[in-house]
Design a protein around this ligand. Structure first.
Ligand SMILES: Cc1ncc(COP(=O)(O)O)c(C=O)c1O
Length: 412
C-alpha cells in the first residue's frame, strides 16, 4: 500500500463542509494586515502604532518570566488566569462601576471571541437576534456565521432608537418569537461614534427585560472617552442578570494581546466556558497583562486620550474643509470613529477603488449593515493615521466624492 503524500484537495470538499462554512464563503475578514500601513488608512479600528506600550510590555514580560515563567508557559484554566481576573475585578469596580466576582468573569481571546462564544452558547441556526445597525463589522460577520435572523434597529446621535426597538420587540412578541439577545455599544458606537444617553440606557435595559431576553453590552472603547461626562455602564444599572458585558484590551494595551472578557451571571459564564476548548486563553499574555494593568493602564489611557482627541479634531476640521456640500458626519466623544453620510447620489463602495488608487482607504458603509445598505455612507477611523496625514487623506476622499457628485448630477 502506498501512502499519498502530496497535498491534494479532497474531490468533494464542498460537500464535506459544514452548513456554516458553506454559508460564510471563503473570504476571511482580516487579510493582508501587514499592507495596511502602505496607504493613508482610515479603514480599520487599529490603535495608533506609536502609542502601543511595547517597552513597558517588554519589561513586564521579563519580570513575569523571571518570577513565574513556569506557570505562565503552562496550560491554564478555562475561565482564564486568576491573576488577570482579579486585576479586572479591581479595574471594573474602579472605572466601570461594575461589581464582579471571579465567577462572573471569563477571559477570552479579545472581544471577538467573547461574542463568538456568546453566539455559540445562545444561538442556533435561524434564531432571531436584535442588533443596532449599523454596527461593528465583526459583529455583522459573526451573526451571519451562525445563521442568525438579524432584526436591525437604527442608531441616532443618542444611540439605539428605543422607539423602533419597542416596536420591533412587540412585532416579534406577536409572532411568538423571543430574540436570543439585543446587541449594542453604549459608548462611541462602532461605526457611528454615537454615545447612548443615560435615558436610552435605562430604556434599553427595561425593554430587554420586558422582552425576557439578554442585552449584550459591548464596551470595547470604554476607556477612550476624551470629552463629556462618563455615563454608567448598562451592566451597572442592571440588578437581575439581563446584561452581559464585554470588554477588551485591544484598544488600550494592544490587539496583539488578544485578551478580552465577558462579565455576566455565573450560570451563563459557566455555560460559555464549557464550550471553550483552548487550553486556557493566551495564558502567557494574561500573566503579562495581569501585571501591567494595575499600575500602567490609567497613565497609558491618559496619553491615548490626548492622541485620539487631537486626531478627531484634525479630522473634523479636514471634513469641514473638504467634504462636498450636503455631507454630514458625527462628532464622537471618544473611541476611534467618525461616520460620514454623503449626498444620496454617491456610492461609497463604487468610489472606493478610485480613492485607493490615490493612496487612501476608508470603510464603505455597507460593511456595517447586515442588509448591505448604507450605500452613501462611510466609516473613518482616525486612530491609525499620523496627524499630518489626516488632512491630505480627507482631501482625497472629498475630491473624489465631489467629482462623483458632479458626474451624477450631469455637470461637466
Ligand atoms: C465594538 C467592538 N467590539 C469588539 C471588538 C473586538 O476587538 P478584539 O477582538 O480585538 O478585542 C471591536 C474591534 O474593533 C469593536 O470595535
Amino acid at each position: 500500500m502506498t501512502l499519498q503524500t502530496e497535498a491534494t484537495q479532497p474531490a468533494g470538499l464542498e460537500s464535506l463542509l459544514s452548513r456554516r462554512a458553506r454559508h460564510v464563503g471563503s473570504d476571511p475578514l482580516l487579510q493582508g494586515m501587514d499592507r495596511v500601513g502602505q496607504r493613508i488608512s482610515f479603514i480599520f479600528g487599529f490603535p495608533d502604532p506609536a502609542s502601543l506600550p511595547a517597552d513597558e510590555v517588554a519589561s513586564t514580560t521579563a519580570d513575569v518570566l523571571r518570577e513565574r515563567g513556569r506557570a505562565a508557559l503552562q496550560y491554564g484554566d478555562n475561565a482564564g488566569y486568576s491573576g488577570l481576573i482579579d486585576a479586572l475585578i479591581a479595574k471594573l469596580a474602579r472605572d466601570q462601576g461594575i461589581e464582579a466576582k471571579r465567577d462572573n468573569i471569563l477571559i477570552t481571546a479579545g472581544g471577538s471571541q467573547a461574542l463568538d462564544l456568546l453566539l455559540d452558547a445562545l444561538v442556533d441556526w435561524g434564531d432571531t437576534i436584535v442588533s443596532e445597525m449599523p454596527t461593528w463589522l465583526g459583529a455583522v460577520q459573526a451573526f451571519r456565521n451562525v445563521g442568525a435572523n438579524i432584526v436591525s434597529i437604527p442608531v441616532d446621535h443618542q444611540g439605539i432608537d428605543v422607539a423602533v426597538l419597542a416596536r420591533e420587540l412587540g412585532r416579534l412578541r406577536d409572532m411568538g418569537v423571543t430574540p436570543k439577545f439585543i446587541y449594542a455599544n453604549a459608548n462611541f458606537q462602532n461605526p457611528t461614534g454615537a454615545t447612548m444617553s443615560r435615558r436610552r440606557r435605562q430604556e434599553l435595559l427595561a425593554l430587554a427585560r420586558s422582552a425576557n431576553t439578554l442585552l449584550i453590552e459591548d464596551d470595547a472603547y470604554f476607556d477612550l472617552r476624551y470629552e463629556g461626562e462618563p455615563l454608567p455602564t448598562i451592566y451597572s444599572l442592571d440588578h437581575d442578570g439581563t446584561v452581559v458585558y464585554m470588554g477588551t484590551l485591544s484598544k488600550t494595551m494592544g490587539p496583539g494581546m488578544r485578551l478580552g472578557w465577558i462579565v455576566g451571571p455565573p450560570e451563563l459564564v459557566r455555560r460559555v466556558s464549557a464550550l471553550k476548548v483552548d487550553g486556557g486563553t493566551n495564558v502567557f499574555g494574561a500573566h503579562v497583562a495581569a501585571d501591567w494593568l494595575p499600575e500602567r493602564l490609567l497613565p497609558h489611557v491618559q496619553r491615548l486620550r490626548e492622541v485620539y482627541r487631537r486626531r478627531r479634531d484634525l479630522m473634523i476640521a479636514a471634513l469641514e474643509q473638504h467634504m462636498p456640500p450636503g455631507s454630514t458626519w458625527t462628532v464622537p466623544d471618544g473611541g476611534f470613529f467618525i461616520w460620514v453620510t454623503l449626498p444620496e447620489e454617491i456610492d461609497t463602495k463604487r468610489m472606493h477603488p478610485q480613492v485607493q488608487e490615490l493612496g487612501v482607504e476608508y470603510l464603505p458603509g455597507p460593511a456595517c449593515f447586515a442588509e448591505g445598505t448604507g450605500a452613501n455612507q462611510l466609516r473613518l477611523s482616525y486612530s491609525f493615521v499620523e496627524d499630518d496625514l489626516i488632512e491630505p487623506g480627507i482631501r482625497v476622499i472629498g475630491e473624489v466624492a465631489a467629482a462623483e457628485l458632479r458626474e451624477a448630477r450631469g455637470a461637466v
